[in-house]
Design a protein around this ligand. Sequence first.
Ligand code: NAD
Length: 326
Amino acid sequence: MKYLVTGAAGFIGFHLCQSLLQTGKSVRGIDDINSYYDIKLKKERLKNLNKSKKFKFKKLDISNFNNLKKTFSLFKPDVVIHLAAQAGVRYSIKNPHAYTKSNLVGFANILECSRLLNIKHLIFASSSSVYGNTKNIPFKEDENLNSPISYYAATKLSNEVMAYSYSHLYRIPITGLRFFTVYGPWGRPDMALSIFTEAIKNNKKLKIFNNGNMLRDFTYIDDVINAVKKIINKKPKYIKKNNSSSFRILNIGNNKPIKLNSYVNLIEKQLQKKGNKVPYKMQKGDVKQTYASLKKIKKLIKYSPKTSISIGIRKFVTWHNEYYKK
Ligand SMILES: NC(=O)c1ccc[n+]([C@@H]2O[C@H](COP(=O)([O-])OP(=O)(O)OC[C@H]3O[C@@H](n4cnc5c(N)ncnc54)[C@H](O)[C@@H]3O)[C@@H](O)[C@H]2O)c1
């Protein structure tokens, strides 16, 4: 089996490639290494992946159809795990164009290349943000959703319907994964955990939105990667008789949301230092809470997230101290 991972220089892509390589798989990674956040971190991740002979990397922008098709045709992957995207809710208010380019045009190109190359299983990253401000707790995959409150969420919700149509028309097995705030070592500098850690360490203002009353279902990276690897081998099958579909959506969350305030307390405890907390109003596009139902994924694979939030934060801070000491 050959695996193509898009967004390989990114946080989740890096961990997935590393884990696939550790089990002897051949992996082709692609990424445009854009400067949305520190390129050095992306390059460091790639440097680690390049240590394996089974890893090959191609710098490529997925919004360029011809280049993407060339890479698909040359590598002929069996499985595509599509993680490349313009991430981040707040930045989508500042620069929606980046989301249109990578998440809509890029995504359409991934679908079309998957069709042309008869991909055996396409797995793509959606997001918990597609649930918007739904009142139905915990969030279930079968809820009819049409009210994204950020453009980022709108592109992810669009990906789900675009993928459904390809799966329906061409019977491509496709799984969309709604990730719930993934965190851990090598994490994204634009996410809360990195921002809070940096601010506390450097005695900077720590902006606490909505008085810290938002709830987030934080999911540790190793739990996410273990789940994705199991899902790769469980492609959805179209069986006319059973009316079963070759398309599915799954939550990958933790099912234990915590308040942002408690999250900050845990980071402070780990750093043994108090932050200079300043209250700010709720940010446009942010949802009040995320909370994953895990019923559907548990039915499919043995999934039970193992990493508690305090252990996860400890592992992140240990990595952060080590990485940024250089
Ligand atoms: N980390 C989370 O908590 C989280 C939560 C929900 C969904 N997701 C989704 O999971 C996926 C991976 O997220 P991540 O946290 O690793 O983000 P990331 O930003 O670290 O990784 C995404 C990678 O995609 C690359 N990329 C962006 N546009 C590209 C393009 N046009 N062509 C080629 N490469 C491109 C970026 O350079 C980056 O390295 C994304 O689709 C994201 O939207 C992440």
